[in-house]
Design a protein around this ligand. Sequence first.
Ligand code: PLP
Length: 396
Amino acid sequence: MPQKPGRHFLQIPGPTPLPERIAQAISRSTIDHRGAEFAQLTLGIFERLRTVFGTTNPIAVYPSSASGAWEAALANTLSPGDRVLFCTSGQFAVQWSKVATRFGLQVEELVGDWRFRVDPDQVTAKLRADPAIKAVALVHNETSTGILSDIAAIRRAINRAEHSALLMVDAVSSLGAVDYRHDEWGVDVTVAGSQKGLMLPPGLGFNAISQRALSAAQEARLPRSYWDWAPLLDAAERGFFPYTPATNLLFGLDEALTMLLEEGLDQVFARHLRFAHATRSAVATWNLEVYCRDEEGHSPTLTSVLMPQGHDADQLRKLILERFDLSLGTGLGPLQGQLFRIGHLGSINDLMLCGTLSGVEMGLDLAGVPHKRGGVQAALNMLAVTSGHRKENTGD
Ligand SMILES: Cc1ncc(COP(=O)(O)O)c(C=O)c1O
């Protein structure tokens, strides 16, 4: 396919646009992963990575996609036949629960309304009814719907039930973009990936691990080798890996952490909230509907937009890609065709957001999708009154 002029707008909710600084870091010559320079690199990474996860506990870093890190979370902590409560409020939670089933775990589903956050009271009720459940698993920011659940409330729900279940959280599309507190929220395993808020290409998976999860790993009997935390964490203490790591992605991660901490995590979170807010004002002005119906649950990192009856989201996306070189996220699972997803996470700024929203508005026009013009202007107005990245000015 001939290259288009200008640059491509990658506004899917991950992978996110690759910043030049990270691209350059990754393109360095690979170094010996058993040498002193490598150990210095990784020890510096782990220290700052813990700040982003909000933990003082160990973090396993895998050369893998985030789906690998899902598998690692289960394989290290559970035994065949263990019961796991999956809060399935979106396609990614469903996918993760399928991994558990394939591993021979018994999945107990808490099927939520996909347009709302996971309901903590229902978690308490399920746990009270089933003292044998070994773990509760949910997705913090459901990338298929654009809804952010309240993890602290889920921890309180588990405590209310006086239940010993481990809490496992997928923070794949929130980490590095949304406030996240592994220790404070009492999360036992946090699963993450490199290609979203961390601004890297795909290829790294993460497990942040509580002391309770480490103890559970001593008893867990699911087979594990590549995913085994023990050799990984043992080598990591000295800055090494038990196998060949993704050295160049680690160069990128080092740079990404520098960028996040330079901007300041609070500013990063405020920037994402502000973009989400501006995007929702555009959607409201277009007279289109945001999929999320939970006022407290809007995702800071992506917005899912429902198509009017009789209009196909994927046809709109195709037209926008061909005409404006802008990639938007497709509807996943049962939502395919019904909605498109605007990613506003990672290394993006006001003009990138405005360019994206302009592409959507022009696409709606061209595709003949019924809407009211002026969404871009509404977003501009919102961005103008919430200028800068200061938290108190987010308007959220
Ligand atoms: C919330 C969530 N969990 C898990 C995944 C799976 O990640 P990967 O495709 O890197 O395996 C994704 C991917 O988009 C995601 O958004």
